[in-house]
Ligand binder design. Structure first.
Ligand SMILES: [Zn+2]
Length: 463
C-alpha cells in the first residue's frame, strides 16, 4: 500500500520539482500534415510509397484505426495538445489565436522536467497563433513560403525542416529528456515532388495539374474533374509521400545518432488526411470521410511490436505520452492512455464501443458565436469501432468504414446511439458557453497581407 502510494505520488513529486524521472524517455512526435493512412504501403496501399516507414513500423506499435479529431490543422493539433475533442465553443478560425488557458502537452512536459523543442513548417503551428506555448525552443519555418519566389515547397519540405532538427539535436545540452515536436508539410498541397519521385506520373499527361499552385487552383470542391487530372493529382500526392518517407528515414537516423543517452519513444502520425476526389472534395478542411479522418499512428519504443485494430484518436496521444514521461494528464480530458492496460505480451488492451468526435466548426455560418445560443452547426461525426455516424444536410447517416456503405436503414438503433453521443457532446459545449457568460471571445488577429496571401496559397481561402 505504501509502495503503491509512493508510486502514485512520484509523478506529482517529479512535476513539482521540475525534474523528470531518470527512466523518462526522450519523446519525438512527428506530425505529417495531410497524410492519409491508406496511401501508405504499410496499410496495404497498392503503390510502395513509404517502404522505409513500413520497415520502421515492423518494430513498432501500429494503430490501424487512428482517427483525426478534425479535417484541418488547427482544431486537430489543438485536440492533440489538449487531449480534448474539438468543441463548438472553440472555432479556431484562421484569424483567431489559440486559447491561452488550456493545459497543453508541451507545457505539461516542460513542467515535468522535459526540455521542449519544436520545428514546424506549418504557419498555423506558429508563434503567430500562440502554438509555441510550452516550448523552450521553437523553430518557426511556417511563414517562409511567403518569401519564396521559386518553387513554393522547397523552403518548407522535410529536407529543410530536418536540417534545423539536425542542428537542434547536435547542439542539445545533455541531461534532461527531450520532447521534440516536428511538423512536416510534404504531403500538404501543392503536391510538387522532385522529378525523381514522380514515378507514378503518366508521362503522356498534358493537362493543367503539373504541381504548380495554379494547377491545383483549378480543383474546386464539387466541380467535375477529368479522370486523367484526378489520376495526376494522386500520382503527385504519392510522390510527396515518397519524399516524406525519405525525410522520416533521415529523422530516424538523426534520432539514433543524437538521442542515445535515453530510451526514445517516437510517434509518427498526421493531423488529418486528404481528399483526393472522394465526395467531390479536394484537399482538406471540408468533409469527414475516411480518407480525411483515418491517419497513421505509429509508436516506436513503447512496447510490443504489434498491430492494434481498435479505434483510437489523436486525443489519446497526450495522456499516453504524459504517462510514458512519468507525468500526470489533466483529469478533465477526453483522451485515454492507450498503454494503460496491456496483456502479457505487451499488447495494449483497449475496450470496444468507445465514441470519438470529429468536428469542424464553420466560422462563416452561424455556429456558436458567444451569446447567440445556437447549436454547433459545423461538420460533425461520431466514430465508434468500424462505424461513422455523420451529420449531413439531409440528416444523420451511418457509414460502415470498411466498405464506405451507407447502413443507416439496417442499423437504425446503432445510429440513434451515436447521434445521442453527439447530442451529449453538444450539450457539454453549450454548458461551457453558458458558464463563460458574456465574456468576450478572443479577438480576431491582425494578419498581414503577406500572411493572408500565404494562407490562401495553402488552400485556406475564406476561413
Ligand atoms: Zn494540416
Amino acid at each position: 500500500m505504501k509502495r503503491a502510494l509512493l508510486l502514485a505520488l512520484l509523478p506529482l513529486l517529479a512535476g513539482a520539482c521540475g525534474r523528470a524521472p531518470p527512466t523518462a524517455p526522450h519523446i519525438v512526435l512527428v506530425v505529417c500534415d495531410a497524410l492519409r493512412a491508406d496511401h501508405l504501403d504499410l496499410h496495404g496501399y497498392g503503390r510502395e510509397t513509404a517502404p522505409r516507414l513500413a520497415a520502421w513500423a515492423q518494430g513498432a506499435l501500429v494503430f490501424e484505426q487512428a482517427s483525426a479529431p478534425s479535417n484541418w490543422t488547427r482544431p486537430s493539433i489543438h485536440a492533440l495538445f489538449t487531449g480534448r475533442h474539438p468543441a463548438p465553443d472553440r472555432v479556431l478560425a484562421a484569424d483567431e489565436p489559440l486559447p491561452a488557458d488550456e493545459a497543453v502537452l508541451p507545457d505539461l512536459l516542460r513542467r515535468a522536467g522535459y526540455e521542449t523543442a519544436a520545428v514546424t513548417a506549418n504557419p498555423f503551428i506558429s508563434r503567430t497563433y500562440g502554438a509555441d506555448r510550452g516550448f523552450r525552443e521553437f523553430v518557426d519555418l511556417g511563414w517562409r513560403g511567403e518569401e519564396a519566389t521559386g518553387p513554393w515547397k522547397e523552403p518548407l519540405a522535410s529536407a529543410a525542416v530536418l536540417d534545423r532538427v539536425e542542428y537542434l539535436l547536435a547542439s542539445r545540452a545533455r541531461g534532461a529528456p527531450l520532447f521534440l515536436y516536428v511538423h512536416l508539410m510534404d504531403t500538404h498541397e501543392p503536391y510538387d515532388p522532385p522529378a525523381e519521385l514522380r514515378e507514378d506520373v503518366d508521362p503522356a499527361y498534358a493537362g493543367p495539374v503539373d504541381g504548380s499552385r495554379e494547377g491545383y487552383a483549378l480543383l474546386r470542391d464539387g466541380d467535375a474533374v477529368l479522370p486523367a487530372d484526378a489520376r495526376q493529382v494522386v500520382a503527385l500526392y504519392d510522390g510527396e509521400v515518397r519524399r516524406l518517407d525519405e525525410g522520416l528515414a533521415r529523422l530516424r537516423a538523426l534520432v539514433a545518432r543524437h538521442l542515445g543517452d535515453r530510451r526514445v519513444v517516437t510517434v509518427v502520425t498526421a493531423d488529418h488526411g486528404e481528399s483526393l476526389g472522394e465526395e467531390g472534395l479536394w484537399r482538406h478542411g471540408h468533409g469527414l470521410h475516411r480518407g480525411l479522418l483515418n491517419v497513421p499512428l505509429i509508436v516506436d519504443g513503447a512496447g510490443a511490436a504489434t498491430r492494434v485494430g481498435q479505434r483510437v484518436g489523436l486525443v489519446d496521444l497526450g495522456p499516453t505520452l504524459l504517462r510514458l514521461a512519468g507525468a500526470e494528464a489533466p483529469g478533465d480530458i477526453d483522451g485515454r492512455d492507450l498503454l494503460a492496460e496491456r496483456d502479457e505480451a505487451g499488447v495494449p488492451r483497449l475496450p470496444a464501443g468507445r465514441d470519438l468526435i470529429a468536428y469542424r466548426a464553420l466560422p462563416d455560418r452561424p455556429t456558436t458565436i458567444r451569446g447567440h445560443g445556437v447549436a454547433a452547426l459545423g461538420e460533425l461525426a461520431v466514430l465508434r469501432d468500424g462505424w461513422r455516424a455523420e451529420r449531413r444536410a439531409d440528416g444523420w447517416r451511418l457509414f460502415e468504414e470498411a466498405t464506405g456503405r451507407d447502413r443507416s436503414a439496417e442499423q437504425a438503433v446503432l445510429l440513434e446511439e451515436l447521434v445521442e453521443g453527439a447530442r451529449a457532446w453538444e450539450q457539454r459545449g453549450r454548458a461551457r458557453l453558458a458558464a463563460a457568460g458574456d465574456a468576450a471571445p478572443a479577438g480576431a488577429m491582425d494578419l498581414s497581407p503577406d500572411e493572408r496571401a500565404l494562407l490562401e496559397q495553402l488552400g485556406y481561402t475564406g476561413r
